[in-house]
Design a protein around this ligand. Structure first.
Ligand SMILES: Cc1cc2nc3c(=O)[nH]c(=O)nc-3n(C[C@H](O)[C@H](O)[C@H](O)COP(=O)(O)OP(=O)(O)OC[C@H]3O[C@@H](n4cnc5c(N)ncnc54)[C@H](O)[C@@H]3O)c2cc1C
Length: 287
């Protein structure tokens, strides 16, 4: 299928973007890498009257390390994040997750901000952002604001970005001493969206886990931070008992959120989440 008719603008400043968003209201969509948006236009799942192409706003692209903070601009291509030495050094969770984000051709165009703003429930970067307790910067005509990733994802493909606003990027705390990360997902083919995935970050020191955060994705409408699962790890060693406790806790944490899709029922997803929970505990010891 082909997209419906739409107008196109390529502003060169954020101020112009805000003006266009104000003029067009609900009729406008921001175009970043186009890897999700153009597909939805072609399938007529979306029919905006105006596309506002932000690819001219080069200030929105780039990865900056400042003190112990790492900033990833919204327009940074997935490929740049994947190949960034700064990300590999300071945000190993994101480094591990990037090869799972679609295929190389899509990563060449797709952007960090597009993934976060699109908020696909099976996407990798939203879950990593939640686990790492990142903050997103959002701007509109009336100024800039910051929203914690843990409050940003509101529902299926729904975020805290309001009409007239643009996502500027994400801010992450760089890896702290003693902390480590692990990332796993199950997909039908490599590069597909996950059936279920898990991102984890925390300490494993002196043979014991502490301060571990885990978020599962592909199983709920948004990334699910699993609180009982983290509690089952706290202060415990890597042992069969700990793994069993973690797997039991996953069911408690995820059951209220679990939904099936056209390929996998909720029960299958929950089973796969328990399998991944066992593996991620092991992966954290090895990371
Ligand atoms: C075959 C295929 C497989 C894929 N597999 C995966 C996968 O496994 N994991 C995964 O995470 N993704 C996957 N993707 C999606 C890919 O990662 C996209 O790049 C990403 O979802 C959207 O990024 P984009 O820059 O292309 O955004 P676009 O398609 O340009 O935009 C997506 C949405 O976000 C909005 N938007 C974009 N940037 C901003 C901004 N700065 N501020 C406010 N709103 C904004 C747009 O208006 C639009 O609604 C896949 C895509 C395809 C086609």
């Amino acid at each position: 299928m082909k997209a419906g008719v739409f107008a196109y603008a390529r502003p060169s400043s954020l101020a112009e973007v805000f003006d266009l968003l104000e003029q067009c209201g609900d009729e406008a969509k921001i175009l970043a890498g186009g890897q999700s948006l153009i597909a939805s236009l072609n399938m007529r799942l979306a029919a905006p009257a105006m596309l506002i192409d932000i690819n001219g706003l080069t200030d929105l692209a780039g990865i900056i390390v400042s003190g112990d903070m790492v900033r990833i601009g919204a327009l940074t291509r997935h490929r740049s994040v994947e190949r960034s030495v700064e990300v590999a050094t300071h945000l190993p969770l994101i480094h591990q997750a990037m090869p799972y984000v679609a295929h190389a051709a899509i990563r060449n165009r797709g952007t960090f901000g597009g993934s976060i703003a699109f908020a696909d429930p099976a996407a990798e970067l939203p879950a990593c952002s939640v686990v790492l307790d990142a903050t997103f910067r959002i701007a509109g005509k009336s100024g800039e604001r910051s929203v914690p990733a843990r409050q940003f994802f509101k529902g299926l493909y729904e975020t805290d970005i309001q009409a007239g606003e643009v996502l500027l990027g994400g801010e992450f705390r760089a890896l702290q001493p003693g902390y480590r990360s692990a990332f796993l997902e199950l997909a039908r083919r490599h590069g597909d969206y996950a059936i279920v995935g898990v991102a984890a970050h925390g300490k494993f020191e002196g043979g014991r886990f502490s301060d571990v955060s885990l978020a599962f994705f592909g199983i709920g409408a948004i990334p699910v931070l699993t609180v009982s699962t983290a509690a089952a790890l706290e202060g415990n060693p890597y042992s069969p008992d700990t793994v069993a406790a973690v797997q039991a806790a996953v069911s408690t944490d995820l059951e209220p959120y679990a939904y099936g899709d056209i390929y996998h029922g909720a029960a299958t997803k929950l089973h796969l989440a328990r399998v991944l929970a066992g593996r991620i505990v092991n992966a954290l010891t090895a990371a």
